[in-house]
Every structure is written in structure tokens, then in C-alpha cells.
Design a protein around this ligand. Structure first.
Ligand code: F6R
Length: 248
């Protein structure tokens, strides 16, 4: 894993946005789609704000972008305040020229019986496009990537998962208490994350410093799914000073 430390999350986010913009433009010149893997949560908000600015002020077009979000709570209505569909629309999709049919967020409204086939089709759609060019990740306090919680295997598929207590506690503020917080989610599996041609994981703040150290300098273990990225040949952790503060 490469690690790059920035003075703060704003400059770091701008640098990631620049890399995405460069990739989109290279693919445009080649008349190819640009396949992005996207995350929600607080960590990529600055990135999406900068991408919106690049669209509005510098003419960056998203017409050749096809995106796949990592995860969605289950069950979840797409227009609910906590849905990741809504998050993505508000943070990015509604403000750029990405085509409606070109963004994908796991469906939180499926019947239980339909989930397995839906997850297989989600992966097949990524494969049919030639795979993810650039996967954006955040990291949970327990080392989860997507909602691949501790114990997720390196070859895990896209699937319905039970959320860890620590993940539900972190989300409970948004849901008005733990009792209202979903217990399950649909997540892209570790295997598809590892198959992305390039991976950028972003982490900010002191609160992430211990898990960043474990992910980068600890053993490769399913206890810390982000540690699997040590075995990826093109993964970079983009950190602010505080998140990097425990690295040796
Ligand atoms: C969100 C996701 C999660 C978050 C992680 C960190 O799509 O896949 O793995 O990236 O929980 O969340 P924040 O950025 O809110 O600290």
C-alpha cells in the first residue's frame, strides 16, 4: 500500500478529485467509459464537492462515467434521508451531467429472495464493462471497507451482510438511535474491490489513526478487511495528518 499524507482533508480531497478528473478525460479521449466505484459517508464529501466544482467551473463532463456504489442499507427506501441513493444524488449525481442510467447503487427495496440474484447481476454488470477503473473507499473504525465487516473473506462476493454493532453505533445518530438503525446492508464483496484496477482509500481524523495503522502495518487478516489492500498492486491510502499520526 502506498500512503500519502496531506496537511488536511480539503487539500487531500482536491488531489483525489484531480486524479479522477484526469482519468475521466483520458477515457473520454479514448472514447471509453470510465468505470468508478464510489463510497458514501463523511470521508468522500469533500471529494464530491470538488468534482461538482470541476464540472461547474472547469467543464468536466461525466457523460462517459459509469459508477457503482459500494453499498446500501437493507431495507432502505431510495428517497429516505438515510439512503445512499439520496446521499449520492445530493452530494454528486444531481449536480453533474452523469446519465441517469449510468449510476448504480445497490437496491434496498428488494425482497429477501431476490437479493442473491441481484448481487450476482451487480457483479456481472461490472465485469461486462471490463471492471472498475478506480475504486474510492472510506474505512470503518473496525477496518470495514464497503460493509465488509470484520470476518469478511478476501474472496467474498457481493451479498447481504449483518452490520457490526460498532458500525450501527456509528450510524445511530443519523437514524435517531440504535433501535432505528438497520441491522443489515447489501455490500460489494471484497473480491470485486480487490479486482479494481486502482484503489484509493481516504481517511481523516485522529479517530481513524489506530485502524489505519492496523490496516497498513499490521498483518493481512479478515479481522481488518482493509488490510487485504496490502495485497493490491495499486492501492493508495490518502490521509490527513491526524489519521496518519500512529504510522511508524
Ligand atoms: C460507505 C462505506 C463505508 C464507509 C465507512 C467510513 O459507502 O462503504 O465503508 O466508507 O464506514 O465512513 P465515514 O467516511 O463516514 O467515516
Amino acid at each position: 500500500i502506498g500512503t500519502i499524507v496531506y496537511a488536511n482533508s480539503t487539500t487531500a480531497s482536491k488531489s483525489v478529485a484531480k486524479q479522477i478528473a484526469d482519468l475521466i478525460r483520458v477515457k473520454q479521449a479514448q472514447k471509453q467509459p470510465c468505470i468508478l466505484g464510489l463510497a458514501t459517508g463523511s470521508s468522500p464529501k469533500g471529494l464530491y464537492a470538488e468534482l461538482v466544482r470541476l464540472h461547474k467551473e472547469e467543464g468536466l463532463s461525466f457523460k462517459n462515467v459509469v459508477s457503482f456504489n459500494l453499498d446500501e442499507y437493507y431495507p432502505m427506501e431510495p428517497d429516505s434521508v438515510n439512503s445512499y441513493v439520496r446521499f449520492m444524488k445530493e452530494q454528486l449525481f444531481n449536480h453533474v451531467d452523469i446519465l441517469l442510467e449510468n449510476y448504480n447503487v445497490p437496491d434496498g427495496l428488494l425482497s429477501k429472495e431476490a437479493i442473491a440474484d441481484y448481487c450476482d447481476a451487480y457483479e456481472a454488470k461490472i465485469e461486462a464493462l471490463g471492471g472498475v477503473d478506480l475504486q474510492i473507499l472510506g474505512i470503518g473504525g473496525n477496518g470495514h471497507i464497503g460493509f465488509n465487516e470484520s470476518g469478511s473473506l478476501q474472496n467474498s462476493k457481493t451479498r447481504l451482510v449483518a452490520l457490526d454493532h460498532i458500525t450501527r453505533v456509528a450510524a445511530s445518530g443519523d437514524f435517531g438511535g440504535l433501535d432505528n438503525t438497520p441491522r443489515t446492508a447489501i455490500t460489494l464483496g471484497v473480491k470485486k474491490i480487490m479486482e479494481a484496477k486502482r484503489v484509493i482509500l481516504m481517511a481523516w481524523g485522529e479517530g481513524k489513526s489506530n485502524i489505519i495503522k492496523a490496516s497498513v502495518e499490521g498483518g493481512v487478516t479478515s479481522a481488518v478487511p482493509a488490510s487485504f489492500l496490502q495485497e493490491h498492486n495499486n492501492a493508495t491510502f490518502i490521509l490527513d495528518q491526524a489519521a496518519s499520526s500512529k504510522l511508524t
